[in-house]
Write a protein of this length. Structure first.
Length: 279
């Protein structure tokens, strides 16, 4: 029980520098950014950079992306590209197994292609087909808390503290839940060998905890998950990014739509991978 508590603290602390950095940058940009910088961050190739950034094995980038999106610094396509490409702890776990190197390279290649494709398609549909232009460059995070009267550093610390507390509580609750449910029960739930497995694995990936990516990877290495299923689960496994998105972006319907698109893209990618790479 103590180990679970310590792991939850450690997982939260790992996201802390990314959270603080994101809020510090947002507060600075909200007050002093130039139009050229905003244009660069919202460029048409934003999803490409987002996909590459998401492949870095650290869930903190998805946290930063959620904050940038809430501040309207990046497009919805760029946000989804970061989320879809994020693999969290799966990369270092596969790196620790030399025999799994081909699986790692294939995983990163698939997620990179899928993330770029989804990001560009999302922005195309949003801006050209649905005719939804980007909202004003910055969303005022301080409408209700009065942070606009504080300095950049104090405002960033204020928002970071609020979100860090939420993340710790979520991490702790989910870690205890996974501990009491057990890996064997989850393996049975995921219907080993079934065509529906990517659908269930993608749902498991939504668990906003580093333990989810570890569990999915271990089940894949043990043979309980197909390659397409682990891809589906890791594509929705945006770490703590989704929790932060729902915390900082007040448009609930928009958040649910983004989560739905992410799930559909993850399942579709997983099904295609099962056809192309049968295990």
């Amino acid at each position: 029980m103590l180990d679970i508590l310590l792991d939850s603290i450690f997982d939260t602390l790992k996201a802390l520098p990314f959270l603080f950095g994101a809020y510090l940058l947002l507060e600075f940009l909200e007050r002093r950014a130039s139009g050229k910088l905003v244009s660069a961050l919202r460029g048409p190739l934003g999803p490409v950079g987002g996909a590459v950034l998401g492949c870095v094995p650290q869930c903190g980038f998805s946290v930063a992306a959620a904050n940038f999106y809430a501040g309207r610094l990046i497009s919805p396509g760029t946000l989804l590209a970061v989320f879809l490409a994020t693999s969290d702890e799966a990369v270092p776990l596969l790196l620790s197994r030399p025999e799994a190197m081909p699986d790692l390279l294939r995983l990163l290649g698939v997620k990179l292609i899928a993330a770029i494709s989804l990001g560009l398609l999302t922005d195309l549909v949003s801006q050209r087909i649905l005719k939804r232009s980007q909202e004003p460059p910055f969303h005022d995070f301080c409408e209700e808390c009065g942070c606009e009267e504080k300095g950049v550093l104090r405002a960033a610390l204020h928002h970071t503290g609020e979100v860090v507390l939420l993340l710790f509580l979520v991490n702790l609750a989910l870690s205890y839940a996974i501990y009491f449910i057990g890996e064997d029960a989850l393996s049975r739930f995921l219907l080993s060998g079934s065509i529906f497995q990517p659908f269930l694995a993608a749902l498991l990936g939504f668990i906003p905890n580093c333990a989810a990516s570890v569990l999915l990877t271990e089940l894949y290495l043990a043979g309980s998950l197909s390659f397409g299923s682990v891809v589906a689960g890791l594509c929705t496994g945006a770490g703590l990014g989704l929790i932060v998105l729902f915390q900082v972006n007040r448009r609930l319907r928009e958040n649910l739509t983004l989560a739905g698109v992410l799930y559909a893209a993850a399942v579709f990618t997983g099904l295609i991978c099962n056809l192309l790479f049968p295990r």
